[in-house]
Design a protein around this ligand. Structure first.
Ligand code: DX5
Ligand code: ZN
Length: 244
């Protein structure tokens, strides 16, 4: 996949923020394995890799930060053996700092931690950096984009939740679109090479709006891993929609 990011940066440096066109930004796909068939996880991830996935998104939930329990480091260790794709951990857990080292050890290359409930986000982000990993911050639907302003310089990625976190198969919340736009404006102003992910209810119908608002990474679970089409077909449909 071509990644005209350097060209974008040069362009946006000369032009006002509003002129950074979504069409000129490469869009990446991050399949979320939360929706995968865990009995066939290796197979499904291999199919996603062959179909051009850019990374694998691993949703970690502790039943406390969100009302659901998902997966931990054993899954990451297994995945690390079967794919060359970067693995990103979306940590929906209380006290993420306690688990960063073990997830890094297991093979995570990028961490996404939540702004909500973190008393010292800078400490968490610096901890991630000290492990030599990429750092991202996620914000929930009711959290304003403005909270990112002071931490953005230290981030490689921002993730805007487009559903309430905790479950797959939810409907995209259209009221998050203006916030995606505000997050993009902050990024263009303060850290142009920071990626902007959207997560929750992303499918061929909702992806174009999110991209138009400024997202350049689509996290998608049920739109990629489902029983109505193959992973390859699903990725193809999402990619086609993402380019319109
Ligand atoms: C939800 C997770 C998402 C989830 C998305 O809390 O963060 O990554 O897997 O699933 P879909 O794409 O089905 O909404
Ligand atoms: Zn996620």
């Amino acid at each position: 996949m071509s990644r005209p990011r350097d060209r974008d940066r040069a362009t946006s440096a000369r032009m006002p923020i509003a002129a950074a066109t979504p069409a000129s930004r490469a869009v990446m796909l991050a399949p979320s394995i939360l929706a995968a068939d865990f009995a066939r996880l290796g197979e499904q991830v291999a199919e996603a890799e062959a179909a051009g996935a850019d990374r694998i998104h691993v949703d970690v939930m502790d039943g406390h930060f969100v009302p659901n329990i998902s997966m931990g480091t054993p899954i990451v260790e297994s995945l690390r053996r079967v794919t060359r794709l970067p693995l990103e951990a979306h940590l929906m857990i209380s006290n993420p700092d306690l688990f960063l080292d073990q997830f890094a050890q297991a093979g995570i290359g990028s961490f996404i931690v939540h702004w909500e409930g973190n008393n010292d986000l800078m400490r968490t982000v610096r901890h991630i950096k000290s492990l030599g990993k990429r750092a991202g911050v996620a914000i929930n639907p009711a959290t304003p984009a403005a909270v990112l302003e002071e931490i953005l310089q230290d981030l490689d990625q921002v993730l805007v939740m487009t559903v309430s976190p905790g479950f797959g198969h939810q409907h995209f919340l259209p009221e998050t679109l203006p916030k995606i736009r505000r997050a993009r404006q902050l990024i263009e102003r303060l850290k142009p090479d920071c990626q902007l992910s959207v997560d929750g209810g992303i499918d061929p119908a909702t992806a174009p709006g999110a991209i138009d608002a400024g997202a350049n990474v689509l996290v998608a679970g049920s739109a990629i891993f489902n029983e109505t089409e193959s992973v390859t077909q699903a990725m193809q449909r999402l990619r086609t929609a993402a380019h319109t």
